[in-house]
Write a protein that binds this ligand. Structure first.
Ligand SMILES: [Fe+2]
Length: 259
């Protein structure tokens, strides 16, 4: 059996970025979205190998640590084939296997919307989805914006056609911590959402620069208003009683942009 560990690194910057280090005990180590190379290096300590860097998309806060890490570890840089990332060495398409052993695999999943060259990374155990690294496509209790090269209609298609099919047990590792603000948005839209309310109560007195939650899709389906487009409470709130899922999603995204 090959063990795997995910280390989440929070950077305490104003954008509240997360980076992830995935460590397999056969020696393979991958870094997803290094905001700051020094903190990644500090975590890796005396390890001399970084097997690869993977960037979910080409926004600077997801790749600015690449240069120093490549200099230090001489490792490849993976991203979507159309991502504009300096020094990218391996362009990925949908469904490419980046790493595989006899138990675990790490695969690219094309998830456009936040940008048009955005990928998530799916970690599978014995072929079954175990965890997903979502970059800026999907957050705890929310989804990404479409301000810088994105398209809300395409983001809707990604969430509707891909995320809605994920198993309840799938763990979600997002690219930023926007949990509290997103829960407050859910409550703004769905004032009767007791799951979002009790989550907000749970985190009320916590230091959110120190404490983070790894949600699964079951929790997200309860608290993430962008996954709850059929809820009549949302239709009423938006005054879109006969709206399609797509219309409701796009209206929610517009409201969240200004909120
Ligand atoms: Fe981004």
């Amino acid at each position: 059996m090959i063990c795997m560990r995910v280390q989440q690194i929070f950077f305490k910057n104003t954008l509240r970025n997360f980076c992830y280090i995935i460590i397999f005990d056969d020696g393979a180590i991958y870094c997803i979205d290094p905001f700051n190379a020094q903190e990644v290096k500090a975590f890796l300590g005396d390890k001399t190998t970084l097997t690869g860097i993977i960037n979910t998309h080409d926004h600077w806060d997801h790749y600015q640590g690449n240069g120093v890490l490549v200099q230090t570890y001489n490792c490849p840089v993976f991203a979507h084939i159309k991502a504009a990332i300096p020094g990218m060495t391996k362009g990925l398409l949908d469904g490419e296997v980046i790493y595989k052993n006899n138990e675990w695999s790490l695969e690219s999943l094309y998830t456009p919307g936040h940008t048009l060259s955005h990928i998530c990374l799916m970690l599978k155990k014995n072929g079954t989805p175990h965890a997903i690294f979502t970059g800026d496509c999907f957050f705890n209790a929310g989804v990404g914006n479409c301000h810088n090269g994105g398209d809300p209609e395409i983001l809707f298609a990604t969430i509707h056609n891909i995320f809605s099919t994920f198993p309840d047990e799938l763990l979600v590792y997002p690219g930023h911590d926007y949990l509290k603000r997103n829960l407050e948005f859910t409550m703004e839209i769905e004032s009767t959402n007791t799951d979002a309310k009790s989550f907000l109560n749970k985190i009320e007195n916590l230091d959110l620069n120190e404490t983070f939650f790894i949600n699964d899709m079951l929790i997200e389906r309860k608290i993430n208003t962008f996954l709850r487009l059929q809820n009549p409470v949302i239709h009423q709130k938006l005054n879109l009683n006969s709206g399609t899922d797509k219309e409701i999603f796009i209206r929610l995204r517009e409201l969240r942009n200004k909120w």
